[in-house]
Write a protein that binds this ligand. Structure first.
Ligand code: NAG
Ligand code: NAG
Length: 350
């Protein structure tokens, strides 16, 4: 089985997944055989975390590039900034989420609904009842897999473990209470309620907020080399809520290309201006990616051809017209702006 996983999947797996699988395999050799049944959920969960990262950061200077997913401690190039914190949290959340949902779908023989509180009073006018998603299960198993990747005892390892936990807390904290009314003809005199996982998007959005509020811990120098140092690390992290993301280093300048760090910079990136229903964050993307990085916004027009005005003819054919639509896209470019060309002048911070 291990060989199967290796041969079939290795080709398509992201770096982080590879890394996870490696830990899965290590785990299989030492840990209980039972954990084998979770490995595909773990890999799928890590992948969904990465996809969510790309979605949440699509219009940010740092856009969750593959290079960022190399969390290995062996590389030596391990960063410990705000973005590293997010990657750990969202991956850990993805693994927990997938395990929990798969459990609810009946994928595992040894787990089912969490009905441990059923029958108890939950709040005014409602009792716990029904089938709550078993986050306790997802939490325990994902912890075994994801936290096992941190073998060090230094500040970086402590940071990663903290952010892994923050990811799991985000899944728990965004769960939704769903209720059903009881009583004479639906009068709702009592309700029974259970907890359901939210859409994973909601977990991603929650963690993005935590990313913006991440706390910096000053701990890099020398800590971890001695028992006292390790004690200081433990004390420091214990004093910070596990709901918050933490980082040790400042982020590099993501405007600029930096080959050493594997960063591409924002030149050439697409940004959004008008049209579509854009949120505030998207509407400002050209300023953030181009203008504030000293780049111009280049407008590129293109024409797309697609089928339209399709009519059904009796019987049985569908005939369509070809419609041409002009689309305008915006990109960050280094190209000299024409003097006085106010049209695409990059914005300034207000
Ligand atoms: C769990 O869910 C993921 C995707 O949501 C899926 O790929 C995987 O096969 C599922 N089941 C098991 C038993 O792993
Ligand atoms: C790349 O980043 C490193 C580490 O932050 C920095 O020391 C170096 O000067 C940067 N290189 C360039 C070309 O910006």
């Amino acid at each position: 089985f291990v060989h199967n996983v290796s041969l079939v999947k290795l080709v398509t797996l992201s770096l982080y997944q590879l890394y996870l699988l490696k830990s899965v395999n290590n785990f299989l050799m030492t840990g209980p055989k039972a954990y084998l049944i979770y490995s595909s959920s773990v890999a799928a969960g890590a992948q969904s975390g990465i996809e969510e990262c790309k979605y949440q950061f699509a219009w940010d200077r740092w856009n969750c590039p593959e290079r960022a997913l190399q969390l290995s401690s062996h590389g030596g190039l391990r960063s410990a900034n705000r973005e590293t914190a997010f990657v750990h949290a969202i991956s850990s959340a993805g693994v927990m989420y997938t395990l929990t949902r798969n459990c609810s779908l009946g994928d595992f023989d040894n787990c089912g609904c969490d009905d441990s509180r059923n029958g108890q009073l939950g709040g005014q006018g409602w009792l716990w009842g029904g089938c709550s998603d078993n986050v306790g299960f997802g939490e325990a198993i994902s912890k075994q897999f994801v936290d096992a990747l941190e073998t060090g005892q230094d500040a970086r390892a402590a940071m990663n473990l903290h952010n892994n936990e923050a990811g799991r807390k985000a899944v728990k904290g965004t769960m939704k209470r769903t209720c059903k009314c009881h009583g004479v003809s639906g009068s709702c005199t009592t309700q029974t309620c259970w907890l359901q996982l939210p859409e994973f998007r909601e977990v991603g959005a929650h963690l993005k907020e935590k990313y913006h509020a991440a706390l910096k811990v000053d701990l890099l120098q020398g800590a971890g080399n001695s028992a006292a140092g390790r004690g200081a690390i433990a004390d420091t992290f214990r004093s910070i809520s596990t709901r918050e993301l933490v980082h040790l280093e400042d982020s590099p300048d993501y405007c600029l290309e930096n080959k050493t760090l594997g960063l591409l910079g924002t030149e050439g990136r697409e940004c959004l201006r008008r049209g579509r229903a854009l949120g505030r964050w998207e509407r400002r993307s050209c300023r953030r990616l181009c203008g504030d990085c000293g780049l111009a916004v280049e407008e590129r027009r293109a024409e797309t051809v697609s089928s339209c005005n399709c009519k059904f003819h009796w019987c049985c054919a569908v005939r369509c017209e070809q419609c041409r639509r002009r689309v305008t896209k915006y990109f960050c470019s280094r190209a000299e702006r024409p003097r006085g060309g106010a049209a695409h002048k990059p914005g300034r911070k207000p």
